[in-house]
Unconditional design. Structure first.
Length: 575
């Protein structure tokens, strides 16, 4: 049989070349004999023709990649011309990049443009789609350059570090805090210094609330908490773990030689006149080294108006009336990170005036409020919530804020203060408003004291806001809506609900947070139940009868308004 003369194939000594092998011959990048040998070698090694041709080096790399792009219809990109600092870093971790050899370059809505080394290998594309759920648009890049970029990212020394400004303020601060025992570490470890600087500065830019530096057996993981959710952002080499943590400890005035016990420190960074940021540093010895958690306290952008909290109109009215009462106790409850402190600060900011004496005791002071006497507890000096409260009562106070009621002693003093002409605001760690009453009773506070002193309880959670630029309409089965708590009376057909999409302006479809609240005034009927020690269920029923919304009901109001998604409310609220 005569060899094929089709324009789509070339026959060379019994081997029919087609596809990319044919195209490189037509482009005069390889001779027919070279193409045959490369094709056979690729078959033998079970590799693609492109990888084999690139590794042999017999043809121009740019020409080979251009032919592969034309053959596959996949766009070709020179990674050297791409700003890697713009790539989305939170979609997949460095381990995924290393295992699959692909790299997210940029994101448009729900689609991610992914750098791939070979058009014929779709395993990385499939793995990325399976893990993230994003749509994918593949872009061909030089495999050698892609491998190098991924190695740099995995090693924590990506070229984006070079863009970090040296005058961030952290360098000068390190020089001032360096001691004879740590000066060498501060001066010699320049890459580590730049890396830690970048971690701190990026956390500020991305409005992270916390930074976690976590050593494990085979890797070091760095995560940011963004809008209440942790995202992995870097995996530096495990060998750098001790030096990175030592650098943080130097900045926060901690003992770098002590690794056996927890330590607490503080970094104060002045970015500009009037703009200071505090980092509260906590170290903890773990199985594979010290874990460091850094709380970012940036009060410069905090809106401390009551209207910014996210209260519904009836809730806003009840909270505002309660904080303007001359005496009594207001309690804000919720788990750690639910925004209790901001709710209290908003109340203090509203009440702050030259006519009143306001004192607060906190652990720690998170926002500086001019005109308010703020005290930071110091357990080593025996200055705790109870001792500070006693001192406040000798300071002619009008309003007292207690960071947290943790024990019976603090609770008793706060109750007595609220009954002797002072307005007392404080927090407890409880799930909802009715359970707060039970917590106080279990602490040992007498029921009649609770009923007489507590005027309002505000329970809250923080939920992520949908990005207004990319939110998309979503539909749910009737059963899902009913189980979530929407009315079964038929109004669910009128619902227009939204879900996250994802764009350049947000983090996976969400941008910022707002509060979801349960506001329960202690009415005469509820006070009577407290005195009777009627229990949590009876208090819940009475509150519901008086129109107090549960946390879930308040959350569904925000879902209906398109502020957040149903999934987000289900995530943070109880049934």
């Amino acid at each position: 049989m005569e060899p094929s003369t089709s324009p789509f194939s070339i026959s060379v000594q019994g081997t029919t070349l087609s596809g990319l092998s044919r195209r490189v011959v037509e482009a005069n990048l390889l001779s027919r004999e070279q193409a045959r040998e490369t094709f056979d070698a690729a078959q033998k090694s079970q590799r693609s023709f492109l990888r084999e041709a690139l590794d042999q080096g017999a043809a121009d790399r740019a020409g080979l990649l251009r032919c592969a792009s034309e053959e596959s219809g996949m766009p070709l990109l020179d990674l050297k011309a791409f700003d890697l600092g713009c790539r989305p870093q939170e979609i997949v971790d460095a381990r995924f990049l290393e295992n699959h050899g692909v790299l997210p370059l940029f994101q448009r809505g729900s689609k991610v443009f992914l750098a791939v080394p070979d058009p014929s290998d779709v395993s990385g594309l499939d793995a990325f789609t399976f893990q993230t759920g994003f749509g994918v648009e593949a872009i061909l890049v030089d495999p050698k350059l892609l491998d190098q970029v991924i190695r740099d990212i995995v090693s924590g020394i990506s070229s984006e570090l070079a863009d970090l400004s040296e005058d961030s303020g952290l360098e000068d601060m390190a020089a001032k805090t360096a001691t004879p025992t740590n000066a060498d570490t501060a001066e010699v470890d320049t890459p580590v210094v730049r890396f830690v600087n970048k971690i701190l500065m990026d956390a500020i830019r991305q409005k992270a609330s916390d930074i976690h530096i976590e050593p494990y057996e085979e890797k070091l993981r760095i995560r940011y908490r963004l809008d209440g959710v942790l995202h992995e952002i870097a995996n530096p080499p495990l060998s750098l773990s001790t030096r990175i943590i030592a650098r943080v400890k130097i900045l926060s005035h901690l003992d770098i030689a002590e690794r056996r016990i927890p330590q607490d420190g503080r970094i104060k960074l002045t970015l500009s006149k009037g703009h200071e940021i505090d980092f509260r540093v906590s170290t903890l010895p773990t199985q594979f080294g010290e874990k460091v958690v850094i709380r970012v306290l940036d009060s410069s952008g905090a809106d401390l108006s009551l209207s910014a909290l996210g209260l519904e109109p009836d809730q806003f009215k009840a909270y505002e009336e309660a904080i303007h009462r001359p005496h009594g106790m207001i309690l804000v409850t919720g788990p750690t990170g639910s925004g209790k402190t901001v709710s209290l600060y908003s109340a203090l900011n509203t009440l702050n005036s030259p006519e009143v004496n306001i004192s607060s005791v906190e652990d720690p002071i998170e926002i500086n409020l001019p005109g308010i006497n703020q005290v930071n507890i110091n357990e080593k000096a025996n200055l705790n919530f109870a001792t500070a409260l006693r001192a406040f009562l000798r300071q002619d106070p009008d309003i007292i804020m207690v960071g947290e009621i943790r024990d019976l002693e603090t609770a008793d003093i706060a109750v007595k203060a609220s009954q002797t002409g002072h307005l007392v605001l404080s927090t407890l760690h409880t799930n909802d408003a009715p359970s707060t009453i039970v917590r106080l009773l279990n602490m040992g506070v007498a029921p009649f004291n609770v009923a007489a002193s507590v005027h309002l309880i505000l329970a809250q959670r923080l939920v992520r806001r949908l990005c207004s630029a990319c939110r998309k309409p979503v539909e749910y089965p009737e059963e899902v809506l009913t189980n979530a708590g929407f009315s079964q009376s038929g109004d669910s057909s009128d619902l227009k609900l939204y879900g996250p999409e994802g764009c350049d302006e947000c983090t996976r479809g969400y941008k910022g947070r707002t509060g979801v609240f349960q506001v329960m005034p202690v009415t005469e009927a509820i006070a009577e139940l407290i005195v009777q020690n009627a229990g949590q269920e009876a208090i819940e029923r009475q509150a519901l009868a008086e129109g107090v919304m549960s946390m879930r009901q308040a959350g569904l109001v925000k879902v209906r308004a398109g502020i957040t998604s149903l999934e987000e409310i289900l995530r943070v609220t109880d049934n």
